[in-house]
Design a protein around this ligand. Structure first.
Ligand SMILES: *Cc1c(COP(=O)(O)O)cnc(C)c1O
Length: 359
């Protein structure tokens, strides 16, 4: 056997691997997964029927152009077909955006802490990650992000609401930021949790992109629409960017099951957004409960809450797990807890209360 091994790109060294939220341990007490910001509701019966019918033809490749879904999205958002691109989840689309804009020597700017996929996809492209710390209040520091722009900057992610803190940037500050970013730098507004926003001052990226050729909006069917396991997301952007996304797409990446489920979900939007409404009520109950216990909780507009626990992060996560809920710890920083089933939220609140009393 040869002593040598295949040469791999140097950029891969030290790339953090994506850590999925841990599933609930099998055989434990009651165990709820509050670690991946998933939708706790099972698929709608109508969506299930559609997907089940599509199963019978998975010997065939899917429609590569996602024609039906693209038409549906075009109508739903009032955007031309040429401004749309689909991908394998919005993470897939985000990776295509980095690939399309940034290579070795180029810089990708994003807030930190933010979505953990950003550093990974940036470094896979060979580009340099420029991480701009969140403010004291765990919000994007848009002024500092503008200051971080150099002539090597190609792309800026703005995660709104931010994962894992749930915090938002509002209309006036975001518009001021966009006005200051040079036109040859792509700004990606990652709106994975858009449907959970109740703050009227948070702008809809789709209204912002229209007269701004360097703005791209990312949306997903994984969270509010409950299709995380089917992998389908999309971007809305002006033509050169949307066209670049079609070039960088993995051929046939979005399965026919995902396409059909996404169309059925858009058609069942009232019912799905009703569920989102219930989750928003639960979110408010969890935040109020935590604050009543004395915790400092940043304002969240997403389907999760952030507790900055610092050194106590891992102990807190262990206490939750013991009680039957798996949450997402970021050791040394804090925990992100998805708003899930009422029972799961109750267990979390009770555990947080007990933990707080022991501090
Ligand atoms: C969950 C999430 C996504 C969506 O991921 P998919 O690939 O569409 O499942 C994108 N961005 C952020 C910030 C997220 O938290």
């Amino acid at each position: 056997m040869s002593e040598t091994s295949p040469k791999l790109r140097a950029e891969l060294e030290g790339i953090p691997t994506y850590k999925p939220g841990r599933p609930a341990a099998a055989g434990g007490p009651v165990a709820y997964k509050l670690s991946s910001n998933e939708n706790p509701y099972p698929p709608l019966p109508g969506v299930m029927e559609t997907v089940t019918a599509a199963v019978s033809s998975f010997n065939r490749y899917p429609d590569m152009a996602c024609t039906g879904l693209m038409n549906e999205l075009s109508e739903r958002f009032g955007v031309p077909l040429a401004h749309l691109a689909t991908g394998t989840g919005s993470v897939g689309v985000a990776q295509q955006l980095v690939q399309a804009t940034s290579g070795p020597g180029d810089e990708v700017v994003y807030a930190w802490r933010s979505f953990e996929a950003y550093p990974i996809i940036t470094r896979i492209s060979g580009a340099t990650a420029v991480q701009v710390p969140l403010t004291e209040g765990d919000v994007h520091d848009l002024d500092a992000m503008v200051d971080a722009i150099t002539d090597r900057t190609r792309l800026i992610f703005v995660c709104n609401p931010n994962n894992p803190t749930g915090t938002v940037v509002r209309r006036a500050e975001l518009e001021r930021f966009l006005d200051r970013v040079p036109g040859d730098v792509l700004v990606v507004l990652d709106e994975a949790y858009r449907e959970f926003i109740r703050d009227a001052e948070v702008p809809d990226g789709v209204t912002l992109y229209r007269d701004r050729p360097n703005v791209c909006v990312l949306r997903t069917f994984s969270k509010a629409y409950g299709l995380a396991g089917l992998r389908v997301g999309f971007a809305i952007a002006h033509e050169p960017v949307a066209a670049a996304l079609r070039k960088t797409a993995v051929p046939f990446g979005v399965s026919q099951l995902a396409q059909e489920a996404a169309i059925a979900s858009l058609r069942a939007e009232d019912e799905l957004l009703g569920r989102v409404g219930s989750l928003v009520c639960e979110r408010n109950r969890v935040v109020d409960g935590l604050r009543a216990q004395g915790w400092t909780v940043p304002e969240t507009q997403a389907n999760f809450v952030w507790l900055r626990l610092g050194e106590r992060t891992v102990d807190f996560a262990a206490a939750c797990e013991q009680a039957g809920v798996v949450i997402r710890p970021f050791p040394g920083e804090g925990v992100r807890v998805t708003v899930g089933e009422c029972e799961a939220n109750d267990i979390f609140l009770k555990t947080a209360e007990g933990f707080r009393k022991e501090l």
